[in-house]
Design a protein around this ligand. Structure first.
Ligand SMILES: Cc1cc2nc3c(=O)[nH]c(=O)nc-3n(C[C@H](O)[C@H](O)[C@H](O)COP(=O)(O)O)c2cc1C
Length: 365
């Protein structure tokens, strides 16, 4: 039987990069490989973090900044920080409380939690774990319209504030570590299970990634955005945008938000770093809808640079799963608090007091 962590305490963090080694020491090898890994040579994955060094922040002084104010808004949702959690599947691999603990940890920092279609926790249980806190539902659209309607209705009923349509993962990237480890999900995915009680399509347990993605709709089209909006009456954010052209298509099709991401380098290897494509996308979006950014963010200064390059919010993937593994809900909060602390220091040293001022900062080449 798969044994996940049951730690529940704050974690000491010197820097986010050091968490990976601590998790590796105790986690089952297949689960760790699935969480850490990227696709093929992991070149794009490495570039995601390395690319932040291509831009510099000018230190500014004598501006009377005695503290930084991280508060911000997405639509009418008040947030204590622009740093949010990126939807990630199968968090039962990291902790026995899975997504429920992540939801609690994220809520404690006044941020947004998003639950994946392929979570190990139901949408309802994640919502109940952090009542009143803003949550989004991330949809892997299915070929089966019955499933889409079923799961979206659940998300609406659970109080989701938006639907994230992930467009860059209609199939899994070629992740060699999962092949070497013959990785199969050891735990059920209850959002799939709830529907499979009606359709016998299975609950994900004992399946490999390719088998899970096989049920997803490979032929996603812009019209799918409107379909989701009509079904839910909620804002739809399209995740996995890496080109200005695709951002334009998504907005024309009704997208209420653009999520710039290359899935943390887990999908197309050989593509650009997510940070590299952000300015051109933000420029095309031109503030018509909010821009959320992720992939490779490991420092407060990375968050600062993304905000200064056109992002409204910045999302964190793997480090939050590592925090969950090392300390449960409190470990998740520790990761977000650490990044908030680094961002706060960066803001003050750059002479910026508010997130709006960060967004108006010019980075140096
Ligand atoms: C283990 C793992 C599972 C993921 N599962 C999903 C998912 O179910 N849906 C989704 O939209 N993105 C998923 N992602 C991608 C994240 O949302 C995010 O784009 C990525 O992790 C950001 O990169 P970072 O890990 O470098 O921060 C997953 C990422 C990881 C590491």
């Amino acid at each position: 039987m798969y044994q996940a962590s049951n730690e529940e305490h704050p974690i000491e963090i010197v820097n986010i990069a050091s968490l990976e080694g601590k998790v590796k020491a105790d986690m089952e090898v297949g689960a760790f490989g699935y969480i850490r890994g990227g696709s093929e040579d992991e070149w794009t994955m490495r570039e995601n973090t390395a690319s932040f060094n291509q831009k510099k922040i000018m230190p500014r002084v004598l501006r009377g900044i005695d503290h930084a104010d991280l508060s911000t808004k997405l639509w009418d949702i008040d947030l204590k920080t622009p740093i949010i959690q990126a939807p990630s599947a199968a968090q039962g691999l990291a902790h026995e409380k899975g997504e429920a603990d992540t939801a609690i940890g994220v809520a404690a920092t006044g941020s947004i939690f998003s639950i994946s279609t392929y979570a190990n926790t139901t949408i309802e249980a994640a919502a109940a774990a952090a009542p009143g806190a803003p949550q989004f539902f991330q949809l892997y659209m299915s070929k089966d319209d019955g499933f889409n309607e079923f799961i979206l209705e659940k998300a609406v009923k659970a109080g989701a504030k938006a639907i994230i349509l992930t467009a860059d993962s209609t199939l899994g990237g070629y992740r060699e570590e999962d092949i070497i480890n013959h990785f199969q999900f050891p735990l059920p995915m209850p959002n799939l299970a709830a529907y499979s009680e009606q359709s016998a399509s299975g609950d994900g347990e004992g399946k490999g990634i390719a088998e899970i993605y096989a049920a997803a709709k490979q032929g996603l089209v812009p019209e799918d955005i409107k379909k989701i909006k009509d079904l839910t009456q909620l804002p739809v954010i399209v995740k996995g945008i890496q080109s200005p052209e695709d951002a334009e298509v998504a907005i024309a099709a009704g997208a209420d938000g653009i999520w710039v991401s290359n899935h943390g380098g887990r999908q197309l290897d050989g593509g650009p770093a997510s940070f590299e494509v952000l300015p051109a996308i933000a420029s095309v979006v031109n503030k018509r809808v909010p821009v959320i950014f992720d992939s490779g963010v490991r420092r407060g200064e990375h968050v600062f640079k993304a905000l200064a390059s056109g992002a409204d919010l910045v999302a964190i993937g793997r480090p939050i799963i590592y925090g969950l593994n090392l300390g449960g809900a409190q470990g998740v909060a520790s990761v977000l608090e650490h990044l908030n602390k680094e961002l706060s220091i960066t803001m003050q040293l750059a002479g910026t007091k508010t997130i709006e001022e960060v967004k108006n900062t010019q980075l140096l080449d």
